[in-house]
Design a binder for this molecule. Structure first.
Ligand SMILES: NC(=O)c1ccc[n+]([C@@H]2O[C@H](COP(=O)([O-])OP(=O)(O)OC[C@H]3O[C@@H](n4cnc5c(N)ncnc54)[C@H](OP(=O)(O)O)[C@@H]3O)[C@@H](O)[C@H]2O)c1
Length: 287
């Protein structure tokens, strides 16, 4: 049995779909039965629980051999995931953990800001826990670009504080495909896989690609960090997460996020989805 956490989220949701369609026994962890209703179409068990509630995890972990672990990027993320790792260690010490972190988590130094710092704490805890574990370290999700849909619709502008940085955008479905492979095959304990798209593109190139898909002009604007922060907070992000995203974009400007790997192809036998495919599939959101 595989326990998929974050099953109502980006990567966990895609992973749940992929595992269920290949007939693997799966249990999805959700925070309430109402959230579980979202997953009604999937052929999986549902367990209601939360990382801060060890008793709920103890029940959810019954008979589980492998766990996909993810928490939302935000303040306290590491504490939540460490609580989950402690519950797994206590209840299923032989269970294999596939942890979703972020690109650069294993790199020396402090680059990447507070989100990477949270991920580094969790990875250290996993490695010290004795649990067999694999870390997935994806690049920037293509799905993040959907946050720009309003600005593209209204102003034909993609505004981000990334300068001329090239970023290796990856589709969450490909991150999920690598997770599915690692969860259903052997030989991954102790590994960290950096999961990226097939190319590193500047946001000017992203805007040009979007313009071609939409058949109209779309401009990239290198947004001043404070304007970008105001837009993020205005759009509902917490100040902590808005600052975290500014730190990440600052890291992009100095080369973080430019590396491209072939982990998707190695895991799935096909190349990672290009950004152009993602933009074409989501064109309606930007129109
Ligand atoms: N966005 C990127 O470009 C990017 C790139 C690389 C790495 N990452 C990493 O990816 C992770 C986020 O993945 P995602 O986008 O798939 O997540 P997501 O869509 O934000 O979903 C988070 C999931 O965690 C669940 N959750 C929240 N709090 C919980 C708790 N206390 N106990 C149990 N479950 C809880 C949520 O449930 P509810 O539905 O009930 O809220 C949801 O299913 C972060 O660690 C981030 O740093 C992101």
């Amino acid at each position: 049995m595989i326990l998929v956490t974050g099953a109502t989220g980006n990567v966990g949701g895609a992973l749940l779909g992929q595992l269920c369609s290949s007939g693997v026994p799966v249990r999805a962890l959700v925070r309430s039965s109402e959230r579980g209703d979202i997953l009604r179409g999937y052929d999986c068990e549902i367990a209601v629980g939360a990382y801060e509630d060890p008793a709920s995890l103890h029940t959810a972990l019954h008979d589980v051999e492998r766990v996909f672990l993810v928490a939302p990027a935000g303040e306290g993320m590491a504490d939540l995931e460490i609580a989950a790792l402690q519950a797994i260690r206590a209840g299923r010490p032989d269970a294999r953990v596939v942890l979703l972190a972020a690109e650069g988590v294993d790199a020396p130094g402090e680059r990447g800001g507070r989100v990477l710092a949270e991920h580094r704490r969790v990875v250290r805890h996993l490695r010290d826990s004795g649990l067999p574990g694999t870390v997935l370290a994806p690049g920037s999700f293509m799905q993040n670009l959907l946050r720009q849909a309003g600005s593209v619709q209204e102003h034909d502008v993609l505004a981000l504080p990334a300068g001329t940085a090239a970023v290796n955008h990856v589709d969450v479905r490909d991150v999920a495909a690598v997770a599915a492979h690692v969860l259903t095959s052997d030989g991954h304990d102790g590994a960290t896989y950096t999961v990226t798209g097939p190319e590193a593109l500047t946001y000017e190139q992203v805007a040009a690609s979007l313009a071609e898909v939409l058949g109209r002009e779309v401009r990239y604007v290198d947004a001043p960090p404070q304007d970008a922060r105001a837009a993020l907070v205005g759009g509902g992000l917490s100040p902590w997460l808005a600052d975290a995203l500014l730190e990440l974009h600052e890291a992009y400007r100095s080369g973080h996020g430019a590396t491209v790997t072939d982990e998707v192809e190695k895991a799935t036998g096909r190349p990672a989805r290009p950004l152009r495919q993602f933009l074409t599939e989501h064109a309606a959101a930007f129109r």
